[in-house]
Design a protein around this ligand. Structure first.
Ligand SMILES: [Zn+2]
Ligand SMILES: [Zn+2]
Length: 308
């Protein structure tokens, strides 16, 4: 870790979704926020449970306070000690946490560092596998296919402006933070979720260089999120199709998008509009318990077990 802050390279001009993706693309943001959800509020508890060095942890905590996700409260005065609590916007990240956990749980494999974490629904008392849906109309089991997305130009400028400062590699096996950690990857995946399949479609929608696009598509094929298929005789024309693993990432994008619109936008516009086609309204991400079919609410869920 060499960065000095959680969001070192994001200017005020960045779109809300762009800023939210930078925040959530950082593995430590996700792990620290989740640990505080699990009531680990003190420096020592966080350090021990996350297995993180003191300097890195204090830098990250400072960054999260600056970003308005955490605030501090004194619990002892001699010597002065304080604990970290989630602000309202920090607490509201719980749906994003659920989406990330669900995707990693399903696709990142048994060796993923969070594979020991379980999500408990306190209402029914069972371990739950959340099902994604629309809170506006109550539909469950939604995928990207049920939603119409429109990308704002502002968001694309954002990505172009920052492309050289992001790492071009994704670790294998891939996890959700890895996908989010690379701006172009998130945009290409979002564009695929909106229906693009051909090289030139991605290129014209995203104004991305052919070299960068080739590289990112290759990574997605390698990590099993896209499949490359020949659609014309002789294999001259190829399409990139989302695999179930790629399609499933939609709930991550949608929850981050909705959080960004709520907390980082002055006008409620994140830079990406997602309309649930069936009800005609902006998608309101909601999760349902697969065990009791109840809608999951923040105070009624808890992460159990331990992350490595
Ligand atoms: Zn709906
Ligand atoms: Zn339940």
């Amino acid at each position: 870790m060499t960065k000095e802050a959680v969001v070192p390279d994001v200017g005020e001009s960045a779109s809300p979704l762009g800023r939210a993706l930078v925040l959530m693309g950082d593995m430590w943001t996700v792990r620290i926020v989740r640990a505080i959800f699990a009531e680990q509020r003190r420096f020592q508890d966080l350090r021990d449970s996350l297995n993180i060095s003191d300097p890195v942890l204090s830098r990250r905590l400072r960054g999260l306070v600056d970003d308005g996700l955490l605030f501090t409260r004194a619990y002892q005065s001699h010597p002065p000690r304080h604990e970290y609590l989630l602000t309202e916007s920090g607490i509201d990240l719980w749906r994003v946490m659920i989406a990330l956990w669900t995707w990693d749980r399903t696709w990142a494999g048994a060796h993923h560092r969070d594979s020991g974490l379980r999500l408990r629904h306190d209402v029914c008392g069972n371990s739950t596998r959340p099902v994604f849906g629309c809170g506006r109309c109550g539909a469950i089991g939604l995928t990207a296919r049920d939603v119409k997305g429109t990308v704002d130009d502002r968001l694309l400028l954002d990505v172009v402006g920052r492309r050289s400062r992001r790492s071009p590699t994704i670790n294998t096996p891939i996890d959700a933070s890895g996908v989010l950690g690379d701006r172009w990857s998130t945009m290409i995946l979002s564009d695929a979720l909106m229906g693009s399949r051909r090289f030139h479609e991605f290129q014209s929608h995203l104004k991305i260089s052919p070299v960068t696009l080739t590289h990112r598509l290759e990574l997605f094929v390698e990590t099993g999120m896209l499949s490359r298929e020949s659609v014309a005789a002789g294999g001259r024309r190829q399409e990139y199709r989302l695999t179930p693993k790629g399609i499933d990432f939609f709930s991550v994008t949608a929850t981050i998008n909705s959080w960004a619109a709520q907390w980082l936008a002055d006008d409620g516009q994140s830079g990406l509009s997602l309309i649930h086609t069936a009800c005609g309204h902006e998608l309101q991400p909601q999760f349902t318990c697969n065990s009791c079919n109840g809608v999951l609410a923040r105070p009624e869920i808890s992460f159990e077990g331990s992350a490595v």
